[in-house]
Design a protein around this ligand. Structure first.
Ligand code: PLP
Length: 457
């Protein structure tokens, strides 16, 4: 371990300090009962130690700005810096400011409502939700209100494909709906024959992603929409990863009634580690009365993220935004075709923005986890692994439209080298990563019993 990779507490020496203040300082007398019972343990370090500690910590991070980040279902695309530069101009906004002083912000929201409506084929959007899952819950609540307003209270079930993103069934459950799973066919698409018997007067609707979580376009969407509408249900579109459709197809035209977008994914905001996000929900005309009123008012979720998306859309422009979908699809198919001789490709059809391998073609005892860990040694972020659950050794790759051919080729070369290493020296992969500050933490313990603070003992 390098000396400055230590915790700041381990660098601490009694009496060392990083500042000097004039005068003797003052003590304050608190009321009884407020005093600590034990002394406060704080690191005692010099300024240079603090600077090195935080600078080194910042460099342990891997981000889109440091390298290729093909994390499937997450759209870790490059976020142009101009989007960041716009935001400080609006930093001082407060939701309780007089309306006459926030007309610029209202214009941004109004523009975004129109732009997203045009991109998606929805009628109007609400910008309140602060993430994709938040949007799902909002959209499902709109769906429920729509049915209730018609006196239709028996619709308590929602259909979700088995390939769905985990937040879909979770949001439905939080909304009090019972989840009914519709199966995928071996080609990865929703099985319409399995769907038909599920439809009836108790179905509130269906939640779908298109292209689905396997990166495949649901070609039967028109028939599915007709069937669900016929039974009185609505179609919810999970538009978290809209990239491949930008300027190509619109969920509204496919028959969807309600949808959310992840502005932080598709419309370029740095995200990860839980935020920041924005999950505006769009609805078809018949659902507009159920949106909050007034739609353009004071409290609008993560306004900074909406601004970045606005800058992104305006700087690309109507014509260039149409390239995003095509390029993200091209990049994914290029990587898929270049690697399918050494990684198992369970579904070989043309994919959209992402696709899934099922581990190495010749694993030789090497797991998907080993491949992912070894990629870190090559300087790439690992793809999404072990999701979706349809395949045991899933490796889900989403290159995005922002990567050059040379970067994609370098990634392909690394993946091919790893496949070679698996044949030659599987132990090298079992013990990877070899160049990262942390190797293989016990992920279960780290998630269930995290140690989040330093203990002086
Ligand atoms: C990321 C994602 C979500 C959830 O979005 P959050 O902003 O993380 O809540 C939902 N569905 C799909 C398909 C996603 O990729």
């Amino acid at each position: 371990m390098r000396y400055y990779d230590r915790l700041i507490f381990e660098l601490s020496r009694p009496g060392r300090s990083g500042y000097s203040l004039p005068g003797g300082g003052e003590s304050v007398n608190f009321e009884g009962g407020l005093w600590r019972e034990s002394s406060l343990v704080l690191p005692e370090v010099s300024e240079v130690d603090v600077v090195r500690h935080y600078t080194n910590l910042s460099q342990m991070n891997f981000g889109v700005d440091t390298g290729f980040y093909p994390l499937g279902s997450c759209t870790m695309k490059y976020n142009p810096k101009i989007n960041e530069e716009i935001v400080p101009a609006f930093n001082a906004l407060h939701p309780l400011q007089p309306e006459s002083t926030v007309q610029g912000a209202r214009e941004v929201l109004d523009f975004m409502d129109k732009a997203l409506a045009e991109i998606t084929g929805m009628k109007h959007f609400t910008f309140l939700p602060c993430a994709g899952a938040h949007g799902e819950l909002t959209g499902l609540m709109l769906m429920r209100e729509y049915h209730f307003s018609r006196g239709d209270t028996a619709r308590t079930k929602i259909i979700v494909p088995d390939s769905a993103h985990g937040t879909n069934p979770a949001s439905a459950a939080v909304c009090g709906l019972d989840v009914v799973v519709v199966k995928s066919r071996p080609d990865g698409l929703v099985d319409v024959e399995d769907l038909k018997p599920l439809l009836g007067p108790d179905i509130a609707g269906i939640m779908m992603t298109n292209p689905n979580t396997l990166g495949l376009f649901e070609r039967d969407i028109k028939e599915i929409a007709a069937l669900v509408h016929e039974c009185g249900g609505l179609l919810y579109y999970d538009g978290a990863n809209m990239n491949p459709l930008l300027g190509v197809v619109r969920p509204g035209d496919m028959g969807f009634d309600i949808m959310h977008l992840n502005l932080h994914k598709t419309f370029s905001t740095p995200h990860g580690g839980g935020g920041p996000g924005s999950g505006p929900v769009g609805v078809a005309e018949k659902l507009v009365p159920f949106l909050e009123k007034p739609r353009v008012s004071g409290f609008h979720g993560n306004f900074g993220v909406i601004l970045r998306a606005c800058a992104y859309i305006l700087s690309l422009g109507r014509e260039n935004i149409k390239l995003a979908g095509r390029l993200s699809t091209l990049a994914a198919n290029y990587v898929k075709e270049s690697l399918k001789d050494c990684y198992k490709l369970p579904i070989g059809t043309v994919c959209k923005h992402e696709f899934v391998f099922d581990g190495l073609s010749e694993p030789n005892g090497v797991s998907t986890l080993d491949v992912a860990k070894r990629l870190l040694d090559y300087g790439f972020h690992a793809p999404t692994i072990y999701f979706p659950l349809l395949f045991h050794q899933a490796i889900m790759i989403e290159p995005t439209e922002t990567e050059s051919l040379q970067t994609l080729d370098a990634f392909i070369e690394a993946m091919r080298s790893i496949a070679e290493e698996a044949k030659r020296d599987p132990e090298l992969l079992h013990s990877a990563p070899h160049n990262a500050p942390i190797g293989r933490p016990d992920e279960t313990t780290a998630a269930r019993q995290p140690v989040l603070k330093y203990s002086a003992e």
